[in-house]
Design a protein around this ligand. Structure first.
Ligand SMILES: Nc1ncnc2c1ncn2[C@@H]1O[C@H](COP(=O)(O)OP(=O)(O)OP(=O)(O)O)[C@@H](O)[C@H]1O
Length: 889
């Protein structure tokens, strides 16, 4: 197993650096097997939808046995690591374990848990308290009051002293007003009841009150008019139902009756009608009743009908065109849960807030507190959530899958910003790599996927549809451009001055709400909270009329997305781009910050699969340490690990990230024998590695952590967790490390090239507008709407997303002083172990984990050659390093 101390030792030769001496001899890697290409994607605008084709019958739900046999295909892992890796099942069943603080160590469930997993575990030795002198001598602090106890005390005292305030009615999806729930036992926020809100929908459209096995995939397009009731009865009727279910049904039925009576707005009736027959008329009635809109916008109806019929669909609508509605309406109709995967917390919060009032939503983000997480879990299990927003990081990890085991049927997975799946998109996200139809089907029994994006080239669309197994006939695409945007560009050598001038000149001078996109500073920097909320509100309420790009966007996709923030209400709006060369060079340089040398990749792979890391055991890589050691950014480390998990061969299984080093102090209970043996004493504290304890005791890291929390809440210990790490279990060791590292390096370098091509295409467009446009096709002054639109259409119509670009001429091919400067630089910093890439990054002013800007930007060569193409600088550095090493310096 990897531990921080090992990390420090294992690269003692420092040989990762100064790798100019040839990499270890290796066989050339075989190219990865060719990807299966989907049928060609039509990009006509808008595209008439082909007649529905008969589809193969959806596969029946895998039985638990079939799921078990599928998972048995991978090498056997320890039961402990697989069965309940985070103790979630237990926590879900028993409520929050953290609040059960009264248990003592000797009677704790922890002991039973360890014994059940590890029969050879000897509690007598493990839990025998050593002599008191072994315990740290620090004076015990005042006993902590467990939060649950404090909450309970507050709950019993408070009402006697104060008259009860009338509960405030809140929108069920109000983000700001719903306080995070206290741990179990604490008071939960009250939800709005009655009328057409929360409960009404929970009971009537969730279907959780009764256990149905309805699967929307069973609906066919040709049966859109088939009764939803009949489908439900057919699918669910045969399943044996136990008494508990029947009771649940009765309760649900009774409540449904009650709620029906109070449903004054008749939404239930409209929802039922749309379930019976998802015709245009019924869906429009639902749209009117639920959202208040009279008609669907282009693409919406078709997408909704597709999804309701259980057909996976790719939806490409411009920003602000109303993509969210395409999962909201199906969520009202479909019986199970709708999961929405979204890349940014702010997006999720915004979408959650915008759910119709009676469509209850929840959120599971990667930065949630444990209380928030447990509150969402509780609401999920209580059937109070119909639409769940999930971050891609949370999605499909073991902890997440456990939530859905057995209980919650999922009708639809909607993937927002689906372009993040494709490494050829402008915004590739490693965590999106896990979103594959095969995985969704296997792990969550999801049959229907809705992928949504505002911008994607044909190559990106192909890749998304391939990964999500969306038939080419199910692409719904309208123009990626909105007609109400006036696009202008001007060349600037003093952007701040030009920005100020712009603000003072028409039409910008009359505008009250403006967004300025700056690459290197966020919108709220330096804003007072009041102003910041106003900007946020304007941003969310579609009232932005002007967008100014102070820096060049990194791709045409980004340009479209960002300009798309303006005029979302359809009114004429203005978008101006200030083009300057220095920003272009800076951004282009930064595009090289993710690259990895093959040699570093190979060393990293050896670390992952180090012989200390036993197959089937929990292994960890401390993020910061590993990143510095291999000079690879943390996101790139994660990308590589994810590839090892989801590639053609599954080498590892990623576990949730965890802080793996624990520093412990005992206040009451002397240290557990088993833990003591595995700890080091440092400055009077016990320090141990959580994965090591988990592996030795055959329990999960979450179980170790839960136990620590219990002891902490009962005032027996205090502890600190540090060293956030990537955690994984090895399933399969690579046969050929060299081939694997060559493949991964090549893949990363292709991703990097694609990023650069996109930036170059953006630059080419802007450069053409300011220098090449003859202003004959309707362009005038800095107004370039016609020529920009034309170029954008060409770009998106072009298979690989590239377009002719003239930016390369802007980059210098070389410089007479480059070689000499590199020589001086290397000689004057001979203490450092450089790679050619590291030298080139410094010459380009790019910070990296091993050569951070905080240290290296003081060097006067920092960023000096930003205008010379990066690969050329790398070549020059390599030549100099070879000479330097050759001389034995
Ligand atoms: N059929 C409709 N009629 C009127 N307004 C609609 C309709 N559909 C959606 N809208 C409104 O359009 C606005 C934009 O919708 P939404 O946020 O779903 O757009 P989007 O396509 O997801 O945009 P982005 O790509 O920027 O996230 C919302 O205020 C929404 O209520």
């Amino acid at each position: 197993m990897y531990s921080p101390s090992h990390a420090a030792d294992s690269d003692s030769d420092g040989s990762l650096l100064s790798d100019v001496s040839a990499s270890p001899p290796r066989r050339r890697s075989p190219p990865p097997p060719p990807k299966q290409r989907p049928k060609p994607v039509s990009t006509s605008t808008p595209k008439p939808k082909p007649k529905p084709k008969p589809k193969p019958k959806p596969k029946p739900n895998p039985t638990p046995a079939s799921v078990a046999s599928a998972s048995a295909a991978v090498p056997a892992l320890r039961a402990a690591a697989l069965s309940d890796p985070h103790g979630l099942a237990a926590r879900i069943a028993a409520g929050s374990a953290l609040t059960a603080a009264s248990t003592t160590v000797s009677s704790s469930s922890f002991r039973r848990l360890v014994q059940s997993r590890n029969p050879t575990f000897d509690p007598a030795t493990a839990f025998t308290a050593p002599a008191p002198s072994d315990a740290p001598t620090a004076a015990p602090p005042a006993p902590c009051v467990p939060p649950a106890a404090a909450a309970a005390a507050a709950a019993t005292d408070a009402p006697q002293q104060q008259p009860q305030a009338r509960p405030k009615r809140v929108h069920p999806n109000s983000v700001s007003e719903v306080a995070p729930a206290a741990a179990a036992g604490g008071e939960q926020p009250k939800r709005a009841r009655g009328g057409s809100e929360g409960n009404f929908v929970r009971l009537n459209i969730n279907g959780y009150g009764r256990r149905r096995t309805f699967k929307n995939a069973q609906a066919r397009r040709s049966t859109k008019c088939r009764s939803w009731r009949r489908q439900r009865a057919a699918a669910g009727g045969a399943a044996p139902r136990d008494q508990g279910d029947e009771e649940g049904d009765l309760v649900a039925e009774a409540l449904m009756e009650r709620e029906k009576k109070s449903a004054s707005d008749g939404i239930l009736e409209v929802v039922e009608a749309a379930r019976e027959d998802a015709s245009e008329q019924n869906l429009e009635r639902l749209l009117k009743a639920a959202c208040g809109y009279d008609s669907f916008r282009e693409g919406q109806l078709e997408a909704i009908q597709n999804v309701v019929a259980g057909e996976s669909t790719m939806l490409v609508l411009p920003t602000g065109a109303g993509k969210s509605l395409c999962y909201q309406v199906p969520a009202m109709i479909l019986p199970g849960l709708t999961l929405v995967v979204s890349p940014l917390l702010s997006l999720m919060v915004d979408q959650l807030r915008k759910l119709p009032a009676f469509l209850p939503g929840g959120l599971l983000g990667s930065s949630q507190t444990s209380d928030e997480f447990h509150d969402t879990l509780r609401r999920l299990r209580a059937g109070e959530i119909k639409v769940l927003f999930v971050s891609p990081e949370r999605f499909l990890n073991e902890e997440f899958l456990l939530i859905f085991r057995d209980t919650l049927p999922i009708s639809l997975v909607a993937i927002d910003e689906a372009h993040c799946i494709s490494e050829w998109s402008h915004n590739f996200r490693p965590s999106y790599l896990r979103l594959r139809a095969s995985l969704l089907r296997r792990k969550l029994n999801v049959q229907c996927i809705l992928a949504m994006t505002a911008t994607a080239t044909t190559q990106t669309l192909e890749e998304i549809m391939n990964a999500l197994e969306i038939p080419s006939g199910n692409l719904i695409q309208t123009s990626q451009l909105r007609e109400n945007l006036q696009l202008s560009i001007s060349l600037s050598d003093n952007r701040l001055k030009d920005l100020m001038l712009l603000f003072k000149s028409p039409p910008f001078v009359d505008m009250r709400s403006i967004i300025v996109y700056c690459k290197f500073q966020s919108y709220h920097s330096g804003l007072l909270i009041k102003n910041r909320s106003r900007v946020q509100e304007l941003f969310c309420s579609n009232k932005i009329r002007v967008v100014i790009h102070y820096s060049l966007p990194e791709s045409l996709e980004e340009y479209i997305q960002e300009t798309g923030r303006a005029g979302r209400d359809g009114r004429l709006s203005h978008c101006h781009l200030l083009l300057d060369l220095s920003t272009f060079y800076k951004i282009r340089s930064l595009s090289h910050s993710d690259g990895v040398d093959e040699y570093a990749m190979s060393k990293f792979l050896y670390q992952i699969f180090s012989s200390e890391n036993t197959t089937g055991y929990i292994c960890s890589l401390v993020k910061e340490l590993t990143s510095r050691k291999f000079d690879i950014k943390e996101e790139v480390l994660l990308t590589i690990l994810t590839q090892l998990e989801i590639g053609h061969q599954q080498y590892i299984r990623l576990l949730p990230q965890f802080s793996v080093t624990c520093t412990l102090n005992f206040h009451k209970t002397p240290i557990l024998g088993s833990w003591k043996n595995r700890s080091e004493m440092k400055d009077g504290h016990y320090v141990f590695d959580i994965p090591r304890i988990a592996n030795d005791l055959k329990i999960t890291m979450n179980e170790v952590s839960d136990h620590l929390h219990k002891l902490k809440f009962s005032g027996e210990i205090s502890f600190e967790l540090k060293d956030p790490a990537y955690c994984y279990v090895i399933l399969w060791r690579p046969d050929d490390f060299n081939a694997l590292s060559a493949n991964l390096t090549r893949w990363l370098s292709e991703v990097e090239s694609s990023k650069i091509r996109k930036l170059d295409a953006m630059f080419a467009l802007a450069n053409f507008a300011v220098k090449g446009c003859k202003r004959t096709g309707g362009c005038s002054g800095s107004q370039h709407t016609p020529c920009i639109q034309k170029k954008i259409m060409q770009y998106f119509g072009n298979g690989d997303g590239t377009s002719e670009n003239d930016c390369r001429t802007q980059l210098q091919k070389s410089s007479p002083f480059l070689q000499a400067d590199i020589k001086v630089f290397i000689q004057s910093n001979s203490f450092a172990k450089f790679t050619p890439r590291a030298v080139a990054r410094i010459m380009h002013g790019i910070s990296s984990p091993a050569f951070p800007s905080a240290t290296w930007s003081k060097n006067h060569f920092w960023g000096r050659y930003v205008e010379v193409d990066f690969p050329l600088v790398m070549e020059a550095a390599k030549a100099e390093l070879v000479k330097f090493v050759g001389k034995g310096e």
